[in-house]
Design a protein. Sequence first.
Length: 110
Amino acid sequence: MTEFVENLHEVFASFGTLSTRRMFGGFGVYHDGLMFGLVADDELYLKADNQSASLFVDRGLAPFRYWRNGKTLQMSYYRAPDVVFDDAEQAREWAVRAYEAACRAGKSRR
């Protein structure tokens, strides 16, 4: 686990307990068994959906993209705003949004 990933427990302390798991060269960030964030190259991305993606886009925060079979694919995770690392209340608010998006995505798959 990287120092960046370990620090996320402190960043999101006011949100609640996190767990992290290695995945695809990065890490998944989980709360209550749902992945609401991912870390790639020491960059944090938070889960978004139709209800919340505009909050990221309006701030110029890019979606997570990766290459596979010669194609660029985009996931429904957007770079977290820098404010989450400086302000515990903002960190909690962004985590709640991401977790709610993960909850909605989980319900839509069932």
